[in-house]
Design a protein around this ligand. Sequence first.
Ligand SMILES: C[S@@+](CC[C@H](N)C(=O)[O-])C[C@H]1O[C@@H](n2cnc3c(N)ncnc32)[C@H](O)[C@@H]1O
Length: 478
Amino acid sequence: MHTIIEAIKRKYESSYLETSEFFVCFNDLVSNDFNTLFSSLPPDRSYKAAEVAGDFHHRLLPPSSVHFAYSSWSLHWLTEAPKEVADSGEPWGDSVYKREEGAWNPEKEYTIVSLVEPLRSSLVDMAMQGRVSEAKLDSFNMPYYFPTVRQLKGGVLAAAKTIIEEEIATKLDISTISFCCIADFGCSTGNNSFPAMHTIIEAVKRKYESSDLKTPDFYVWFNDVVSNDFNTLFRSLPLDRSYKVAAVAGDFHSHLLPPSSIHFAYSSWALQWLTEVPKPAVGLHSPAWKGGKRLYGVKREEVYEAYLGQFERDLEAFLKCRAVEMVKGGIMALLIPALPAYWDPQTEFTVASVIELLRSSLVDMAKEGKLSETKLDAFNFPYYIPTPEEVWAILQKSNSFSIERMEILKSGTLLTVDGHVACFRAVHQNMLTHEFGAETIDESFDMLKKKLQTSPVYANPSNDKTLVVVAILKLNNV
Ligand SMILES: C[S@@+](CC[C@H](N)C(=O)[O-])C[C@H]1O[C@@H](n2cnc3c(N)ncnc32)[C@H](O)[C@@H]1O
C-alpha cells in the first residue's frame, strides 16, 4: 500500500496538484485475523484504513469507489475444489498440475506446487495410522490452482488483442469504407503477423455486421526490409484467410504506399530498429561503452541521449509517412517493446539485460582475438528500447495523429535461456555475420548462452520485466 500511495503522491506532486486523501480497504475472508491487522498498522501511515470481510468473488465495496485495486498471492485460492477432483482420490501435487515441457526439473528444482504433494502424502500417512479420518481425506482436495506462466501470458496477449478490438469497435469510421486496406510494417516472415491481421479483420467485419452493412473486401500489405524472407511469408500464408495480399519491401521510415490508402496500420516489435547507429554511440569498445550496461541496462549515460534522439527522429519520420498513406480517421496500432524505469538486476532482467550480455560476449571474443577489434570499434546495435514515457512524449508531439489510447503491458515473451539465444540469434545473425563474419556466429551465441546460464536470474521467465507499449493512434481529419 505504501508503494502505491507514494507513487500516486509523486504523480500529484509532479502535476503541482494538492495530494488527495488516501483510504485503504483491507479485504480478507470473515475468518481472517483482522485484530492483528489493525494492531500492526504502521503508525506513520498516511492513509485511513478500513477492513472489509468477505469473499472477493462477490461484490464488497460501493460502486465506482476504488481507484486502485491490488491483489497479491490470493487469486489462486478457488471458491471450492472442483467436484471431480475432490472426489477422485487423485494426488494433488505435481501430477495434478500439467507442467509445460521443461518448466522445471523435479530432480533438481521445485516450485510451490512440488510442496503440495509431500503435504498430501503426510496426510495420507496420518490417515493410514488412524490419526486423520480416511473418509474425510477421500472427499478433500486443495482449493487452489497455480496457473502456468503461459496461461497468464495468454491473458497478456489477449490484452493487446482486446485493446485493438475495442478501438476498432468504437473508433473506426466504416461509413466511407468500401474496401478495407490494412498494412503491417515490419511483418518479418508472418508468424506473428497473420494472427494479428486475422484479429483486425474479424473486428472490422463484426463492425460491418452490427451495422447491417455489406462486409468489404480486405487487402493486407505486408511490409519489411528488402532483405526480408518474403518467400517464406508467402508460402506460410493461412489458407483460409479472407484477404488479398501484397508484399511491400522497403524502409518504413520512407513512403511506401499510395496516399490515403490505409484504413488500419499496424506495427509490432519493429519500431525499436533505428535507421542508423547515432554517431556518439559507434563502437562497442569505445569510451562511450565503458560500463556499457548503462545504455541498455539499469542506468544510462550520454550515449543514451544520442540513441533517444535517433529513436525520436525515426519514429517521427514513420508517423509522417503514415500520415500521408492513411485515410483520414484511419487507426494505427503500435506495439513497441519498452523498459521499466527500474529493475533489480539481482533478481530481474529485461531485453536490455540480454542485449548487454550479447555486447559483452562480442567484446570477450575481440579480447580473445576471435573477432576484429577494429570492426567492434566501428559497430553498435542499431536499435533502442525506449521507456513508455519516452514513447508517449514523442507520440503526443505529432500534429497528424491523436493518441486514442496507450497501455503498458508486460511483454510476456517467457523465453527460457535457449529461447533467448534462439530469438537473439534470429534477430542478430545476419547483422553480425555482415559485420564480423559467419565464422564468429556460433561462438558468439555459445558465449551468450553461457552468460545467461551463469546467472540464476534468467532461469525463470517471470523475472523478465520487459514491457510492451500498445499505442492506438488516429489520423486527424484536418
Ligand atoms: C522483431 S521483428 C518483429 C516481427 C513481427 N512484427 C512480430 O511482431 O513478431 C522486427 C521486424 O521489423 C523489420 N524492420 C526493422 N526495421 C525496418 C524498417 N526500417 N523498415 C521495414 N521493416 C523493418 C525487421 O526486418 C524485422 O523483420
